[in-house]
Design a protein around this ligand. Sequence first.
Ligand code: GLA
Length: 706
Amino acid sequence: MNKTVQLNSQQSTLIVCLNPMPEILYWGERLEPLNEQELVQFQLMTERGLMQARIDEDVPLSLCPELGRANFGSPGLEAHREGKSWAPQFIYDSHQINAQTLSIKCQDIVASIELQIALTLDDDSSVLAKSIKVINRDSTPLTVNKLALTFPLPYQANQVMSFHGRWSRELQSQRVRLDHGQFIQENRRGRTSHEYFPSCLIGEENFSEEKGDVWGFHLAWSGNHAWKAEVKSDGRRLMQAGELLLPGEVILKQNESYQTPTLYIAHSRSGINGLRTKFHPFIRQHLIRFDRHKVRPVHLNTWEGIYFDHNPSYLSEMISEAAKIGVERFIIDDGWFKGRNNDKAALGDWLVDKNKYPQGLTPLIKQVNELGMEFGLWVEPEMFNPDSDLFRTHPEWLLASEGYSAVTGRNQYVLDLQNSECFDYLYSALNQILSDHHIGYLKWDMNREIVQASHLGRAAVNGQTQALYKFLSKLNQSHPEVEIESCSSGGGRMDFEILRYACRFWTSDCNDALERQTIQRNMSIFFPPELMGAHIGPEKSHTTRRRHDIHFRGITALFGHMGVELDPVAESESEKQAFKHYIELHKQFRPLLHSGQSFFLDSRDHSRHAYGVFDKQQTLVAIAQLAMPEYMLMEPLKLGMLESDGDYRVSMVHFPHSSRGLMKRQPDWTQEQTIVVKGCWLKNVGLSLPILDPESAMLIHIEKSH
Ligand code: GLA
């Protein structure tokens, strides 16, 4: 008889048949623990028949599908020993269940390859984590071309939502029907990348924010990756994801192993919102590294305010103005170090520029601290410019392939972090900066893609990524008080693994509120608001040249880890008062925004975004109109998550004056301070809303009335 095991969380059940190769029979809503007799019946119920014109054995869609077992779809492992042992066939060997983790060992004794599969079902959130380790048990080296994580999907999962983007336009989504064949996304850019976010959603047709069966996947890895959704000709379907290994990148000697990144999976029966309710608590409980009691300070980042034009007395004025508008962390961006007057030179020379800062940074840091703010600094440690003392002294630290001329990206080269001398130099340079100054935060940037990365002649993206993790971990250990932000030309390195070392993402270099609405909507599927850097930029966006009033900018930035990205000295008094207002509003709602549950509502008018955050007491809702409204009246606001029998006080926090042009008269309730309504009315009938102008937003607060 086949051996079957079961893992339960508070809300879900995983049933795995272990032999001949482990296969997931079920993962879904929690079932009562099955006794032995029930397990036999369960297996009988799920056992497949044999297909005509196929081989004469059933082929499981296992946790690591094998070509050698006649699994003609995408194999989990592709490896060989100098051309041999190329079609392994594994057999279940043993397993262990430790708390919420099922560990399974499988062997191919002919090819001398061992697999160790780990599945962890988080008890609270029901997020499932999967990883596999392959071990070479033979004296001949084993070349691993691919080791991917396979996850079977039920038949109703026939629509894929994938995420693509580019600089200043991260996290755009598209939907593809999944009937036959494969949908594939591959990232070879050497970082998580703007282009292909290592995540996807696969669900039943037309799954939406609020409705439908949907599975969310995230591969926790900051290097190259590939994932695919596949339908086999028998109709079975799967998602498969893993690191995209470059030729020769992983060659295992005897008893050496290669471990995949972790694939995190969540399932929802209530659309994308149900994934938010799983991924966000999971990240909060397991991945966030900052102290949950420390509020996320409001930032002022100097980049779009002054770029490379650093002058300490002017910065001192900026610091005073920042404090007046309520900023809590002041960050000096690029341009502070020796010879850094533009983006063509000086990366790698991590010494304060004495021409710009004759007194060093300390007097400014002192001023920042005296005004009750934290100080932060921009760095880009993984890089050097050809025009830098570091490159002139150590050209051999370049991460490149010998014999070819290395290509620059943003005028810079990548440093080989696997070179221990280079690693040590960089570490001591950063350690020095952090030891000499009172710094609470580093904006850690990474501004280019990696091309022909070789270490000792062999492909090195995996090694570089691991070395970066090692570097960050060492820095985290020696400076636990310093928070690191993961920035990569905006959102080029946002993933669950970098979160083990970083406390915030710089979501995008685009601060245009209209673009941000879409970027942040998709980011919020995977990450809670407190990780999402969201800044109010100048009225005229630096990346799109569009203009937006302060309310659209303010409401858009409100729902993240908020900041401002401008020069407050140069701004008008009315703009400054408005920044102050939105910063105060953010601080007022910050406890809710950074611990509550995020949601997004379905709208028949696709140019309307209705979203918010709620907890047991209150809900803050933003309605943003991205284009001319589809209809002359706005769809009422229905909030399904409220309690039916409670009374709620509803108030309009902000309604844009300009929108009054589109309406003769707004709904009467918006003229009142607050109205009190029943939860079941808001759930089932809906709150009437005024229409909005394109590119404007309103903010509504709903609070339980006692
Ligand atoms: C990148 C970042 C920006 C800014 C610049 C500085 O583009 O994404 O926010 O820090 O580098 O050079």
